[in-house]
Design a protein around this ligand. Sequence first.
Ligand code: COA
Length: 258
Amino acid sequence: MYQNIILEEKSHVAILTINRPDQLNALNKLTIEELNHALSGLNDNQQIGVVILTGQGEKSFVAGADIKEFAHFSISEGGSLAQNGQNLLFDFIENMNKPVIAAVNGFALGGGLELAMACHMRVASKNAKMGLPEVSLGVIPGYGGTQRLPQLVGRGKANELIFTAGMITSEEALVWGLVNHVVDQTDLLSTCESIAEKIIKHSPNAIRSAIKAVNAGFSEAKNGFHIEIEEFGKCFGNAEFNEGTTAFIEKRKPNFRH
Ligand code: COA
């Protein structure tokens, strides 16, 4: 069904693999459209509680936007490239109603690091390298990199990585707080799956509300504390709250997924 991505579903966890290894999984238009299609389906699929996003092969997560595809773009085409990508993929992931974990299995450069940063958390393999090399191409990060990198690591470190077009190792990324864990390549998916296993035990409705509240704190247009109060209140009207509190009182484990 898809040309550039592979979608697998294992009980309540979906694994989405970008599959253009000969091009280091660079994000071209079709790949972004296919990812949007698959992620939209997963967002609506109540059986799925967590999505793991990774790249095919052991060399690259995603080596950026497809440079060959945009090399001859005009000003307006460049603007549309960034706008469409943000709408279809990067903002879409950040605002999904279930967590997306980036399993960073190699190079995460430019749009690749931006993709990992749009996910709700990141786990990297030891060989992974991360950077935003866009200024070396005469352009700037256009898929949210100038915003999400400072949010994750602070402005000074973000400025250095962006202005030098440098690359950091996964161990450095761990110290910076850019990734949550660094593991051997062979343990990458199982580590992500074990985080996912913990998440799927809990209330999908509460997790969706938590994503909204956390994201609101990073939005100019919203007040995170207000959204937290609103989402907290809404949880009281949801059957999962009843199940969670009843299970606690009855000294049993809650069952949020029938
Ligand atoms: N866009 C399009 N194609 C890309 C790509 C990208 N972002 N990154 C890698 N590729 C392609 C290469 O062109 C090459 O294709 P070819 O065999 O048809 O010529 C293939 O992937 C393998 O890459 P190659 O450069 O030969 O591998 P390498 O091991 O020598 O170098 C990198 C690896 C990641 C250092 C190098 O590919 C690179 O610098 N990529 C671009 C990174 C970048 O600037 N990203 C930001 C884009 S905005």
